[in-house]
Ligand binder design. Structure first.
Ligand SMILES: NC(=O)c1ccc[n+]([C@@H]2O[C@H](COP(=O)([O-])OP(=O)(O)OC[C@H]3O[C@@H](n4cnc5c(N)ncnc54)[C@H](O)[C@@H]3O)[C@@H](O)[C@H]2O)c1
Length: 442
């Protein structure tokens, strides 16, 4: 047994309110999925918190409990859902329109539950998401007033549903690209910019600010800046709240962060990586706008640079041509096709190619991530971990990290980081994979 000391973690008692910003394809697939699982209408496949195990101690000990038995996580039965969306559709209508889950098998049987979930009016401004129009929108004299209205929603939801804790996950559309500027450096500057209606303060930032002011952990599933800047990190630390993001790592980028470490591990060169996507859901439509696409593109492009380290291996990766395209193609709906062509080279420079054609379902891959993030952010909060939760970078394309650190993108290093954090929280030994003790007698 380990001699580490377990961290004090408040018990997961009472109801956990999960508030989704956005009630589109991902959010409805997540919510309807959890309800189906609760009623025995399906299995939570893809969710580490529900299906994953964790090895403890030596390989000879045979200890590998389920993660949800090892750490105290909110149970699915204790989850209560809420959402904001500028589109007034209830969760049933939104899920039918998203066309992800089978209407007869997974939506009709829980129709009443889904119809009862109506989105709260959103803080929304078309300047930040050009391809959307919304009627279910708050009005206010200033950005601060809008953010204060969100704080009230959060408090009202908590008391109305008798929740002991809340967590917020951004599942809304990708906003236009915004670089951090003076309004984002300090909390004072940020709040002054809110009062002044500064355009560099996007709606997603108002949700994040409202969450942190209410002591509610906030996870960002889109590539927007949202809470990835010093003012928000300062607020999270001051209020003792967990934050993290960005951009759920689901399809093509997940594959990329598995294949590229393989090339580097074997010292194989990469000459080019061409990634294209066709998708026809609302997300695809929003990303068809060049300004929203730029936000997504930055998030998708970063991973190879960090994993392959061309500055350390200029011969292998110094001239890599990396291209990412997203094409809006309505007939595909949510069933995205992520296509990768990778030009690699080996011994004496001989070229080879790898083709990956991932016929995936975007929201089927994302829904279990929303669940895991909600449960793990709640755990982090109960364990007193505030600020950026880098141990959850496993879930993100573009992980938020402390200033001065580069993000860790390799999926399996991220998994090790996550599991070692759980071991650390519970006072169990870290697994280093050294293994020499199995071969040494002295
Ligand atoms: N595999 C995946 O599906 C995946 C992976 C990574 C990231 N994402 C991101 O997750 C987000 C959701 O994806 P989706 O497929 O559900 O998209 P969607 O278009 O179906 O849903 C997004 C919803 O957000 C709403 N919305 C927009 N602005 C809002 C605001 N200010 N406040 C509240 N609601 C707002 C929209 O009206 C819409 O209903 C997107 O940003 C997408 O890029 C998805």
């Amino acid at each position: 047994m380990a001699d580490q000391v377990a961290r004090r973690i408040a018990p997961a008692e009472g109801r956990l309110g999960v508030l989704c910003v956005g009630l589109g394809a991902v959010a409805t697939t997540f919510i309807a999925g959890v309800e189906n699982v609760r009623r025995g209408g399906g299995r939570p496949i893809g969710s580490l918190t529900q299906m994953g195990t964790i090895r403890l101690g030596k390989r000879t000990e045979g200890r590998a409990p389920l993660i949800r038995d090892f750490v105290s996580l909110a149970s699915l039965d204790d989850l209560v859902f809420g959402a904001w969306d500028p589109v007034p559709d209830d969760a049933y209508t939104a899920a039918v329109k998203a066309g992800v889950l089978d209407r007869h098998e997974h939506l009709e049987p829980i129709g009443d539950f889904l119809k009862a979930l109506k989105p709260m009016p959103a803080v929304f401004d078309q300047h930040y998401v050009k391809r959307l129009e919304g009627k279910n929108v708050k009005s206010g004299k200033s950005k601060r007033e809008l953010a204060e209205a969100l704080r009230k929603d959060i408090r009202d939801f908590k008391s109305k549903h008798g929740c002991s804790r809340l967590v917020i996950v951004w599942c809304a559309s990708t906003e236009i690209f915004i670089s951090p500027g003076p309004a984002h450096w300090t909390l004072d500057a940020f709040e002054r910019a809110m009062d002044a209606g500064d355009p560099s303060i996007a709606p997603s930032m108002l949700y994040a600010w409202a969450a942190l002011m209410e002591g509610v952990p906030f996870a960002n599933g889109a590539p927007n800046l949202t809470c990835d800047f010093p003012a928000m990190e300062q607020l999270a630390k001051e209020r003792g709240v967990a934050i993290g993001g960005k951009d759920f790592k689901t399809g093509q980028t997940m594959v990329k962060t598995v294949l590229s470490p393989m090339f580097k591990a074997r010292m194989l060169g990469v000459a080019g990586w061409y990634s294209t996507n066709i998708l026809g859901n609302r997300d695809g439509e929003v990303l068809d706008d060049p300004e929203s696409f730029k936000t997504k593109e930055e998030s998708k492009l970063g991973v190879l640079e960090y994993i392959l380290q061309p500055a350390l291996y200029p011969e292998l990766y110094g001239n890599l041509f990396h291209k990412v395209r997203i094409n809006y193609y309505p007939p595909r709906g949510d069933n995205k096709e992520g296509w990768d062509n990778i030009d690699i080279f080996g011994w004496l420079g001989y070229p080879m190619q790898i083709k990956v054609d991932f016929l995936c379902r975007d929201s089927i891959l994302a829904a279990p991530l929303v669940l895991d993030l909600a449960l793990f952010f709640d755990l982090a909060q109960r364990a007193g971990l505030s600020g950026i939760q880098e141990w959850l970078s496993f879930y993100f394309k573009s992980p938020q990290v402390a200033p001065g650190l580069y993000p860790e993108h390799d999926l399996f290093i991220q998994q090790t980081k996550l599991k070692n954090t759980l071991r650390y929280l519970m006072g169990e030994e870290q697994i280093t994979h050294l293994g020499i003790e199995y071969y040494q007698n002295d």
